[in-house]
Design a protein around this ligand. Structure first.
Ligand code: TRP
Length: 457
């Protein structure tokens, strides 16, 4: 091991308490609104089948190698993504410009969390809405008008967004490790159990087969270049890769742990939850004559119908939206941590100061998203509303570019010895597969999808 790599390890601050701790934290980051809210509505907008198939290809062929690259870079650098990319870039090439990749990631985290927190706020509102019994025996119109009255009410959604940011800032102030492990340990099984309950309902909804066909039958004629880019962006978004969040968590990973194995687990878990959500939502959508292309409201307008009709629906609904809120929370923390660590490590700010300043900036930015679902829903430019644009820019542009840069760095710029040191080739085929996908498959595929979307290819 190089002198400098060894030196960085000695100055390491904290580590996850166990291998499971890292997997749990990473799964907590990955599993969130992306799986339950974003995946189904994008699949619906893009016609299902072909989009889903492409998404799965991207997750395993691009997302997984990028996730492994982020973890190995993060563990080797042991700092916030900006400093890590600078240190490793200098070590491998003598140049410090790689720090801009970390910088782009920090900015992307601000952008994503600014809208993520607003959607998370909706889930909080839905906890109370469910508890009030408003969904009992509700029809499609009632559920839709409830969604409109929540998402269109700037004061209420602004307040829930504020509450969500306060608790997120709170955890980040306290430091991420312990509470996060514990929260995920109880939340993830509960989320899966509740989804299975809903799946049971979906199977008896009368449109289960229709839902399955929509989700899995590859009708490639319905897929556009923009749809392919959506699938790519969603693969990045759902796995939390492309902006340094995973890199940040890798910085706390003990050198004894196997990176390929941990990442494979997280990717499998994340993908299962997304597919499960799809299998639950589309049968409900078809059974109730809803529009699969309804957009960001899809989950909030379909699941309440199921809860309203099933036995014990109020309890299940309340539990479900609480768990979803927790899932969003463990993801939000990972969106903030890189920026917070950056200001702590480079400016010498205390953790509370950094968390507060980063958090307040994101909170303020979030009000533009609040307004774009309310009074400014007609104000459109480029790709649509403010929300549409910030979502497109961060997920379909910045994450793929960031991910591309990271995987090129790990696959081409870093010496073989450096990456082999982190990934331990003696562990089996894992290293060779990673290196091949990181050097060829992932960069070429990302480049093709991006070029295709701008119409060059
Ligand atoms: N993956 C999370 C979800 O699916 C969201 C998220 C957390 C994220 N950290 C991220 C997305 C970093 C992109 C980058 O809900």
């Amino acid at each position: 091991m190089s002198e400098r790599a060894a030196e960085r390890r000695r100055s390491l601050h904290g580590e996850w308490t166990s291998r499971l701790g890292f997997i749990l934290a990473l799964a907590g980051s990955a599993v969130g609104l992306g799986n339950i809210w974003r995946f189904p509505y994008l699949a619906g907008e893009n016609g299902g089948g072909a989009f889903v198939l492409l998404y799965l290809l991207f997750v395993f062929g691009i997302g997984l190698p990028i996730m492994m690259s982020e973890v190995l870079v993060g563990r080797r650098g042991r700092r916030n993504p900006v400093t890590t990319m600078r240190l490793l870039g200098e070590e491998e090439t003598g140049k410090s410009a790689w720090r801009f990749v970390g910088g782009l990631g920090v900015v992307t985290g601000f952008l994503i969390l600014s809208f993520y927190s607003v959607i998370a706020g909706w889930t909080v509102a839905y906890v109370f809405e469910s508890a009030s019994g408003a969904f009992r025996n509700a029809g499609a119109e009632t559920v839709e008008s409830i969604f409109q009255s929540i998402s269109g009410n700037e004061l209420a959604t602004g307040a829930w967004h504020t509450l969500f940011m306060v608790v997120t800032i709170g955890v980040v102030v306290l430091g991420v490790e312990q509470g996060l492990e514990r929260a995920v340990r109880f939340m993830m099984p509960l989320l899966i159990a509740l989804l299975l309950v809903l799946l049971g309902y979906a199977m008896t909804s009368g449109s289960f087969i229709e839902g399955v066909v929509f989700l899995f039958e590859p009708r490639f004629d319905e897929l556009t270049a923009e749809g392919a880019l959506d699938a790519l962006g969603q693969a990045f978004f759902s796995l939390s890769v492309g902006m340094g969040a995973v890199m940040m968590y890798g910085a706390y990973l003990s050198e004894k742990e196997s990176i390929p194995r941990s990442c494979a687990w997280v990717v499998a878990m994340d993908t299962s939850v997304a597919l499960l959500a799809g299998l639950v939502i589309f049968p409900i959508v078809f059974a109730n004559g809803l529009d699969p292309a309804a957009g960001p409201g899809l989950v909030f307008q379909s699941l309440p119908l199921a809860f309203g009709q099933m036995a014990g629906g109020v309890v299940f609904a309340v539990l479900f939206f609480i768990v979803l809120m927790f899932a969003a929370w463990t993801s939000a923390i990972s969106l903030m941590e890189p920026a917070v660590a950056y200001f702590m490590e480079t400016r010498g700010w205390t953790r509370p100061k950094a968390a507060l300043l980063v958090g307040v900036t994101i909170w303020l930015l979030g009000f533009l998203t609040v307004m774009s679902f309310g009074a400014w829903s007609d104000v459109t430019f480029w790709n649509g509303t403010w929300f549409d644009n910030i979502d497109y820019l961060s997920n379909n542009v910045f994450l793929p570019l960031g991910g591309l840069a990271i995987v090129v760095f790990a696959g081409w710029v870093m010496a073989r010895n450096s990456t082999a040191e982190e990934l331990d080739p003696s562990a089996g085929r894992g290293y060779r597969i990673w290196r091949w996908t990181a050097r060829y498959v992932a960069p070429i595929a990302v480049a093709l999808v991006l070029l295709n979307a701008v119409g060059i290819f």
